[in-house]
Ligand binder design. Structure first.
Ligand code: ZN
Length: 388
């Protein structure tokens, strides 16, 4: 008997009557919208009872999703054991319907838009971090559904007080962002890592691994429990609609910000890239040079990063300061970047079996320490008496 289940963390899909007919070659699906906004893209479900049966799953409304370009050259992520995820090669998009063909080797096969990062894993990460001598986990406040919004602080006694802020998963379906943060934190807390130690001599790190807990558990792509896109709330966040941004922004104003990274995933572009502040009013040549220094260092640290493809500089002009990295860059005058990873793959360095993956996001997160250190070192040189 075929069935499809979604009653687990981030589970989301709508099944059209087909399962009753039990024909594995005609499973018709619809993307489920975010819980309080009409945004369809994320899915995560278990197909059960299809072992050794030729299956054909069709997402009938893919062409009417939030990012239809996201399906071009996209391959669905799947896993038998929820640990090892792979891509299904026979994924086709005709501009309207996304079709997936596969013959499962086991009775249970999980499908997802991207490898999930569960709330349980999030809590495990916080537990490991909390056990590290230099780190602590602090509850900033509550989400609309009563989940904890947690801030990780990594602080070395005697360190300079410069503040590096990294936040992830404002868009909860962009799970690669929290995989990235996991890789970054693991390296940062590795007492044998010289780059981490040099960073911690120079700065305090503030990290929010999951900015949108309610949306993450609900299986939303873009929004929180109130339907708010948190990355459009930074100018006027409110406790009623966007407490996640309100609480983090408030703390940022207390600590100041010397470097800010906002970690995301992009549905359409098959590259890793950053988006900076060049379109901001008052953006200076010195700020442009800071950005260039950071991206040069990231190019050297990760062969998955590139600077040839990205957003057009005028892309967000209407809503500019409602975005986190623009608001922070403009308000604090600091280096402030949005970092995007692909949902699909890195077209410059494709991985046939996995595409872009959790493992690659983790490694990119570890690699980000190099440009963070380069930034902190160059700022010190410029500010010091021996500047050349
Ligand atoms: Zn995003």
């Amino acid at each position: 008997m075929l069935s499809i289940g979604t009653q687990f963390d981030a589970g989301a899909i709508e099944v059209i009557e087909i399962i009753e007919a039990g024909d594995p070659a005609d499973i018709r699906l619809r993307l489920r919208p975010d819980t309080a906004a009409d945004i369809r893209q994320w899915f995560h479900f278990r197909l059960q009872g299809a072992k050794q049966k030729a299956c054909r799953l069709r997402f009938l409304d893919a062409g009417r999703s939030a990012y239809p370009d996201g399906w071009r050259d996209y391959r669905v992520a799947a896993s038998y054991d929820r640990k090892r995820w792979f891509r299904i090669p026979d994924t086709f998009y005709d501009g309207e319907v996304l079709t997936v063909e596969c013959t499962p080797e086991s009775d249970s096969l999980y499908f997802a838009y991207f490898e999930p990062y569960s709330w349980e894993r999030h809590l495990d990460l916080l537990g490991r971090v909390d056990a590290a001598p230099l780190a602590r986990v602090e509850r900033l406040g509550s989400t609309l559904e009563g989940r904890d919004l947690d801030l990780v602080t990594v602080d070395t006694p005697g360190a300079d007080r410069r503040s590096v802020w990294v936040i992830a998963r404002q868009h909860p379906g962009e799970t690669m962002a929290e995989w990235f943060v996991e890789g970054m934190l693991e390296r940062l807390l590795d007492a044998a890592d010289p780059v981490a130690r040099r960073i911690l001599e120079r700065a305090v790190l503030f990290v929010v691994p999951n900015m949108n807990p309610d949306g993450a558990v609900a299986g939303n792509l873009r929004t929180n429990a109130a339907g708010a896109n948190l990355n459009r709330e930074w100018l006027k966040p409110s406790l009623e609609r966007s407490p996640e941004v309100y609480l983090v922004r408030q703390r940022m104003h207390e600590t100041g910000v010397d470097l800010f990274l906002d970690i995301h995933g992009d549905e359409a572009l098959p590259y890793v890239f950053v988006d900076g502040g060049s379109m901001l009013p008052g953006f200076t040549a010195a700020q442009a040079q800071r950005e260039r220094r950071f991206t040069d260092s990231l190019l050297a640290a990760s062969a998955d990063f590139q600077t040839g493809h990205g957003y057009a500089p005028d892309r967000f002009s209407d809503e500019l300061l409602t975005l986190a990295s623009k608001y922070v860059g403009h308000t604090f005058g600091c280096l402030s970047l949005t970092l995007e990873m692909p949902f699909k793959d890195n077209a410059d360095l494709p991985h046939p079996e996995c595409g872009w993956s959790a493992a690659r996001s983790v490694r990119l997160g570890a690699a980000i320490l190099q440009p963070i250190l380069a930034h902190l070192q160059s700022e010190r040189r410029e500010a010091g008496p021996c500047a050349q």
